[in-house]
Design a protein around this ligand. Structure first.
Ligand code: FES
Length: 481
């Protein structure tokens, strides 16, 4: 797309955000992720140090720059590369997620009646959004809709979003999430061919930051010790107030959270897994940029969250990407001693080395496990001399460097530290934990043996670990009904 702008003081990323132009900015404009690439058609700014770090000489000559590092001083034209391709990719990914969600909830079979009443469950994830339409009479799941959370333009993790909100973008960010949710709700109505009047309840869950941003609460005290939320209570309001949808005469509920970094999403997971009514010890683990976890039973529960950073979602990894088509999702070692891999949406096995465009979290876990198994890295995660400087080349465009291993180690260590602390607080040993539920899409796709092999999941829990699917949607459905 082509955008004309005249002289401005802000950086290009900020200008694009103000105009609601979506551009990926995982590090929220700090110049360290290298993902906010745009191409100047005219009026290109001087390349900065960060531009030179992430872009080749040829790309710089062609006008490519990092939007967050670019301060236009004259009339210019700029295009956001591959925007259409990105949208197409997300659409395929949506189908994949939809199938996954339906697999993990009872598929609706009820016949539609003219005046049937419906409810909607919404999972506001930091990265993705999912909505489920439920027939309130038959309790059947009818339709799902999923989307990327376009707040990603304000940073990939909750701390970046808090920082963006605190720097005067609170209402912009609220508008962004409202627009995403409005779109999802309209998609559900269209798919089921029903009217707004047939929607009677909406139940929403997300982490505390996502809920704050949706409500337009200040995040000033959320990101600094002692990390105080504005409101964690059960919130009820109208669709007009909570979602900006005057056309819906519907009660909207936002589930209560537990603390600044253990939110309503974990509360929904507890409800879904029935942990509050169970004997024994059960661990629910949601691995993401903000790893949230709870251990307990009907008598007591211990919760915590750890900041894993964006590595599992591809952030801060040289060839890291989210789980979209073309990305390596699983790695295995072939008899030749070379790493083989699976690519999401792979169509032609012979061309996959050319097709692979990056690696996602599950692929990284597999790769590091295989590298260690085959002594290419030592027990500290340091490459052997052969790969130390160059990294390991998985495919033509996909390398995994020493620095990437360190990033993954830090993310893994954050999650594992949380699990260890919970078990210690509960005063039990790992083998006294009856089940470990892995929540979310990442937990569904992860290779449990390899995750345990690199220490992400305790070895003792390897055989007790169960992918639990989208526990947030399933938990909000429990509340909806
Ligand atoms: S480098 Fe620009 S958003 Fe990360």
């Amino acid at each position: 797309m082509i955008i004309d702008r005249s002289k401005q003081q802000k950086n290009l990323l900020e200008m694009l955000q103000e105009k609601n132009e979506y551009i990926s900015a995982p590090c929220n404009g700090n110049g360290i992720c290298g993902k906010c690439i745009v191409r100047y058609k005219s009026g290109a700014t001087e390349p900065t140090k960060q531009d030179r770090e992430f872009l080749s000489e040829k790309q710089l000559e062609q006008g490519y720059r990092l939007a967050c590092q670019s301060y236009p001083t004259e009339e210019y034209k700029v295009e956001i590369p591959e925007l259409e391709e990105t949208i197409e990719v997300l659409s395929q990914w949506e189908n994949q997620r939809t199938e996954e969600i339906l697999k993990n909830t009872a598929e609706g079979t009820a016949e539609k009646t003219e005046n049937a009443l419906y409810g909607i469950c919404i999972d506001i994830g930091t990265t993705t959004l999912a909505a489920l339409l439920v027939n309130l009479e038959t309790e059947a799941d009818c339709q799902t809709a999923v989307s990327v959370n376009h707040q990603r333009a304000y940073g990939s993790d909750v701390l970046s979003r808090i920082s963006a909100s605190n720097s005067g973008k609170k209402w912009e960010i609220q508008r962004c999430i409202r627009q995403d949710l409005q779109k999802l709700i309209r998609e559900l109505l269209q798919k089921e061919k029903i009217t707004e009047q047939q929607i009677k309840r909406i139940v929403i869950a997300g982490n505390t930051t996502m809920c704050h941003l949706l409500r337009g609460f200040s995040c000033e005290t959320l990101g600094v010790a002692p990390f105080l939320p504005v409101d964690l209570s059960w919130m009820e309001g109208s669709a007009a107030d909570f979602l900006g949808m005057k056309e819906l005469d519907t009660k909207v509920v936002i589930l209560p959270g537990i603390s600044a970094f253990v939110g309503a999403d974990i509360m929904a997971g507890i409800a879904k897994m029935n942990m509050h009514r169970s004997e024994g010890y059960h661990l629910l683990l949601d691995i993401g940029t903000n790893g949230e976890m709870v251990l307990g039973n009907c008598r007591h529960m211990y919760v915590t969250s750890t900041s894993a950073g964006p590595a599992f979602e591809g952030g801060n990894i040289s060839c890291g990407m989210a789980s979209i088509p073309g990305v390596i999702s699983h790695v295995f070692m072939e008899e030749t001693g070379k790493a083989g891999f699976q690519v999401i949406g792979e169509t032609d096995g012979e061309n996959k080395k050319q097709q692979a465009i990056g690696i996602c979290g599950t692929g990284m876990i597999d790769l590091v496990y295989e590298l260690r198994e085959h002594q290419m890295i030592d027990e500290h995660g340091t490459y052997s001399d052969l790969y130390f400087d160059t990294g390991y080349e998985l495919a033509e465009k996909v390398k995994f460097t020493q620095n990437d291993i360190r990033e993954l180690q830090m993310a893994k260590a954050a999650i594992r530290a949380g699990v260890d602390i919970l078990v210690k607080k509960a005063g039990i040993a790992f083998d006294e934990v009856d089940n470990c539920y892995l929540a979310g899409g990442f937990g569904t796709k992860i290779d449990i043996k390899k995750a345990a092999g690199i220490g992400l999941i305790p070895k003792e829990l390897e055989m007790k670990t169960i992918p639990a699917g989208n526990t947030v949607l399933a938990g909000t459905k429990e509340v909806l009904l």
